[in-house]
Design a protein around this ligand. Structure first.
Ligand code: URA
Length: 216
């Protein structure tokens, strides 16, 4: 199940925050703060695929050749609404050159399949290989929404190795589903849980991520 395409971040700071999130007595404000903290760790790790270029800067003391992220690439953060939104502010601070492309999907509670209601992913007409995409969704449960989101970019010929998924908690079923369709897409998560219950919720998980985050 854990392949080299799944990175489970076991940093103690991540684990401490995840423990706060899982606790049903933790309120929404603290859940949001804890997720923001975890976002930093996951995104820094996921962003290791960004290409670098040389850049000369003048420090107060000397000229110096250093490295920076290639300014000619397009970085896209794609939160799956609504819960995926929680990653956005932190991600935009970490990668200020990124654009945010929202994807609106909710889960049909009976069929557990995603229902589209909003899509801000434009047709990519030039240099799809220069696009680097981070799709965010706290819960990789059935994986159906993420399969749909990855498909949007795959159809635009963004290389699958440039598409990465950032989540908090993943279930083996979701990973299998996503990697069954798109084995090259790397997943960055803070936890890999046991599996899904009969309603498609992750066990032990954190409950309904949207409700926990938005206090609904
Ligand atoms: N979505 C959630 O919010 N929680 C789960 O456990 C699974 C899907």
């Amino acid at each position: 199940m854990i392949t080299e395409k799944v990175t489970v971040n076991d940093n103690p700071v991540v684990l401490q925050n995840l423990t706060r999130i899982r606790d049903k007595n933790t309120g929404s404000q603290d859940v949001r703060t804890a997720i923001r903290q975890i976002t930093r760790f996951l995104l820094y790790e996921a962003a290791k695929n960004l290409p670098l270029v040389q850049k000369e800067v003048a420090t107060p003391l000397a000229k110096f050749k250093t490295q920076t992220i290639d300014p000619d690439i397009n970085i896209i953060i794609s939160p799956i609404l609504r819960a995926g939104l929680i990653f956005t502010d932190e991600a935009a601070d970490i990668l200020p050159q990124a654009c945010i492309r929202h994807i609106g999907m909710y889960r049909d509670e009976k069929t557990l399949t995603p229902v589209w209601y909003y899509n801000k992913v434009p047709a990519i007409t030039s240099n799809p290989e220069k696009h680097y995409v981070y799709i965010t969704d706290p819960m990789l449960a059935t994986g159906n929404s993420l399969v749909g989101a990855v498909k949007l970019y795959a159809e635009n010929e963004v290389p699958l190795s440039n598409i990465r998924v950032i989540c908090l908690i993943a279930a083996p079923e979701g990973i299998e589903n996503l990697h069954g369709r798109y084995p090259e897409v790397e997943i960055f998560t803070a936890a890999l849980d046991k599996g899904l219950d009969e309603n498609g919720y992750i066990l032990p998980g954190m409950g309904d991520a949207g409700d926990r985050i938005f206090n609904t």
